[in-house]
Design a binder for this molecule. Sequence first.
Ligand SMILES: O=C(O)CCC(=O)C(=O)O
Ligand SMILES: [Fe+2]
Length: 428
Amino acid sequence: MSLDLQDSSSPAFKKAKRQYLKSTRNRNIALESEWTPFRAAEKRFKARFPPPDLCDVLDLALLDDSRASEVQAGGWRGSCDVLDYRQLSPKSTSPNTKAFITPHIPGLVLLPGFLSPEKQRKLVRWSLADHARHPNETNLDIHYILPEEGLWNVCERAKFDRTQDALVQPRASTSEPPTTEEPSGPRQLVNNMPATPSNFSALYATPKPPSIPSTTVPPLPASALIRKLRWANIGWYYHWGTKQYDFTKGKGKIDNVLADVCRSAVNAVAWDEVYGPADPSDWGESGPEWKTWGEDYEPDAGIVNFYQTKDTLMAHVDRSEVCATSPLVSISLGAAAVFLIGGLTRETKPVAILLRSGDAVIMSGPGCRRAYHGVPRILENTLPRHLAAQPDEPQWEPFADYMNTTRININVRQVFPKGFDIDKGGSK
Ligand SMILES: O=C(O)CCC(=O)C(=O)O
Ligand SMILES: [Fe+2]
């Protein structure tokens, strides 16, 4: 496997160096000194030249010998001695799941290697072939009239017969109204008011205007457009223009397999060890909800993120959920990434965690759910072997080909607190 940016004689390294020298010729040092600690960390990990040193990035795969080939892939390797962390006692119901916490971010739980290779393949197939299609919204719906069977399935057929690689037409050239409201390209970051049970009625009533399809996007073959897929909605519909859920649209279906994966992640955690008797977090009126997550955690919304190797997700807080504490389960598939998580503002220096395929992260509780986080770097050439093409499995080949430069993140949330009655405007 080529190590590209790690190898100073490679064309990729030389190109990155040329671009770096060009971009730093007029570098504004004064501006850089104004960067928040979060911004400075993002810049560091985004850099193509010199490629970032991951020596202070927590890489829990290093604790697992069976992941040695993953750690070597692409030459990207973090460290397991950088951060204070503690392993939780395994639950008797899931003795093989390893869960870790760190005192830096109370409520953050890391489950490295949570998903078996088989489950990872299943979720990759689900994300692309079953989920990123009608009736679930994707970033492409606003600008394009997508085939009902989904772009992925059109591309699959086109592999055997090029004439099937139909041109997908822009929406703006027709009179059909748009069905979603998000521009294509990287996710837009809009400052929104945090949702809470008490402002639910106002959020519900906020108009959610449809946005306008672009008049400049060209028709594209399905095989080119699939590379521009960035997200697909799960469950309650999200309105990107206001960064609020649009509850008037009803709730999209949550896939059973996915819901089971999320429930099993939440149930695999010894929550009493995460929060403990001396829990200093402010849980508000509802008290320490973690005590009943084993019974009442129920995912009802989320997003599947599709990252190509140069994509990033800027620092943000997911504050649209009415419940600001319930577990958010985040699953990584495909290429590895650097994940940053800090505090309630960008002024807190974030910790950096290397997330690899099959890892799950749970963000929970008042401190962690409102913490700034982001993904400044997808690490090139890190597709694990079990997701690469297999000689005896020709059906996997198109997935392997797409995943070679892709990271998928399935990010699942619970929007409402326990007992919240949406029909009564939120009163219990
Ligand atoms: O890709 C990730 O690991 C995080 C995604 C995320 O933070 C989000 O979808 O809100
Ligand atoms: Fe997020």
